[in-house]
Ligand binder design. Structure first.
Ligand code: NAD
Length: 481
């Protein structure tokens, strides 16, 4: 990927051109497993943003993407999928080194990104309106139109797949998209620019800009020239963006954080529970919005499950993502300090550290896999998102209390139930306050199933067919004959 890093600098993809920022500003991109600098990233300036906005608007008004025949648009998306798969190995190595995640997981992100393009290519030629009978003398029909410019802000935990999650349906609908990449790991997303370029995406249909959230990100979402905001990230940033959206009355899609609970009922298969704990809280070092961060266990199995969770945590292989270790570093020193501080406060509040609790003494930003018990459900550690490999194990006495504890946070992204009893599974799934419920397997589902939150976890749905309708709006045409 020669075009991606030149003179040790990752550039911006601005309306079809690879450009440095205009004022020579750059930030370093670090390997979280070693602390070494991998490369530098050219920051987009105000002028760069203006050019991206102008290119996006021109592409939209010219109809370069929007007016492609439905079949041609579908074909373009499939070509993007093909090109992403071609760069998946090389891209995965960059993503692994900049984010710290395991190489196999980084490769899966590129494959998932390609899958999003294949999936939404299937909708690009089936964007159909309705005919509404109004009685004799009238004809009425609806058409689904793209918004215009979709401004998309992406977080650092799954930058490549989350960028594709918003980009593919937005393009399928005919929007132009400007992505603000996460400042901590912008390389993988930049690689997507290469795939889009090679696939022949119309100039201006996609720009990928590097910048600091509070600067470039804030300017992008406050622009008078955008027509939609798609945000994935933390609650405070989402709240700030919603204020910008309110100023210009721009629709916004919010995919925010979580503090998700899995409920282990007495009849649960403990091996299934442990497999879910392994992926649910230790995958990507727990930096997952839908992480299994609270495990609620019925009293009769509490000691057994707690013990097994501790053994699991202590048995994880730790190391560089390139070695596909089970526990990889967290993204930055700042993130590591935040996690440690939250655990110290939890300890002071009475939580007991069953294992872990502090950073590992080695290079890079490694947090020990941590299991906390004696956690009061209403304490801050059980209420706030930690975004690290930290699990709170909390007992409950009956099903009613389990649901009450699970629902008692300001979030509602996902929830889980472990039981062999289908009746309990259905009743719990219906009572849980969450956008999606997993039964007997954390993260069951995938790009085909709608994903999003309730409460402070956000609103709107990504993934699946349903998500596509976030990227179009309905126009009704009523005709008196
Ligand atoms: P963050 O909110 O700090 O940053 C997210 C993105 O917003 C980054 O690109 C950042 O540069 C940008 N940003 C920051 N301030 C901004 C501003 N004022 N205006 C515009 N953009 C701004 O979040 P993070 O730390 O990168 O990501 C972790 C958070 O994201 C967690 O809370 C996690 O739960 C959430 N998340 C949610 C989902 C989901 O689908 N629900 C998926 C992944 C992550």
């Amino acid at each position: 990927m020669k075009t991606l890093i030149q003179n040790d600098l990752v550039r911006n993809f601005v309306a079809g051109e690879w450009q440095e920022g205009d004022d020579n500003a750059s930030i370093k991109v670090e390997d979280p497993a070693t602390g070494e600098i991998i490369t530098y990233c050219a920051l987009a300036s105000d002028e760069t943003l203006e050019r991206a906005l102008k290119g996006a608007r021109q592409c939209f008004e010219n109809g370069d993407l929007k007016n492609l025949s439905p079949l041609a648009k579908a074909t373009l998306l499939r070509r993007v999928a093909f090109e992403i798969r071609k760069i998946a190995d090389e891209g995965a190595e960059l993503l692994c080194r900049e984010s710290g995640k395991a190489l196999d997981d980084a490769k899966s992100e590129f494959i998932e990104a390609a899958d999003y393009f294949d999936y939404y290519s299937g909708i690009a030629d089936k964007i159909e309106g309705k005919s509404i009978p109004l009685g004799p003398g009238y004809v009425d029909y609806t058409i689904l139109e793209p918004y215009g410019i979709s401004a998309q802000i992406v977080p650092w935990n799954f930058p490549v797949s989350l960028a594709a999650r918003g980009l593919a349906p937005a393009l399928a609908a005919g929007n132009s998209v400007i992505i603000k990449s996460p400042e901590l790991d912008p390389l993988g997303i930049a690689a997507l620019g290469i795939a889009l370029e090679r696939a022949g995406a119309p100039k201006g249909s996609v720009s990928i800009l590097n910048g600091i959230g509070s600067d470039l990100g804030a300017k992008l979402v406050a622009s008078k020239d955008i027509d939609q905001i798609v945000f994935t990230g933390s609650v405070p940033t989402g709240q700030a963006i919603l204020k910008s959206a309110a100023n210009e009355v721009v629709p916004a899609l919010m995919e925010l954080g979580g503090k998700s609970a899995g409920i282990v009922y007495a009849d649960a298969d403990i091996e299934e529970v442990l497999e879910s704990v392994k992926w649910g809280i230790f995958f990507n070092a727990g930096q997952v919005c839908s992480a299994l961060s609270r495990l609620l266990v019925c009293q009769e199995r509490y000691d057994e499950v707690l013990q097994r969770c501790v053994e699991l945590a202590e048995g994880l292989s730790v190391g560089h993502g390139l070695k596909n270790s089970s526990l990889t570093p967290v993204i930055s020193e700042a993130q590591l300090c935040k996690i440690e501080a939250k655990i110290a406060r939890a300890s002071a509040d009475g939580a007991i550290i069953a294992t872990g609790g502090k950073r590992l003494q080695r290079d890079g930003h490694f947090m020990a896999p941590t299991i906390l018990c004696n956690v009061a459900p209403e304490s801050r550690i059980a209420q706030e998102e930690i975004f690290g490999p930290v699990l709170c194990v909390i007992p409950f006495k009956d099903n009613e209390e389990a649901i009450q504890i699970a629902n008692n946070t300001e979030f509602g992204l996902v929830a889980g139930v472990f039981t062999k009893d289908l009746s309990i599974a259905h009743k719990s799934a219906s009572a849980l306050k969450a956008g999606q419920v997993f039964v007997n397997e954390w993260y069951a589902g995938g790009i085909l199933t709608p994903f999003g939150g309730v409460g402070k976890s956000g609103f709107g749905r990504e993934k699946g067919v349903e998500a596509f309708y976030n990227y179009v709006r309905t126009k009704n045409i009523a005709i008196k004959l």
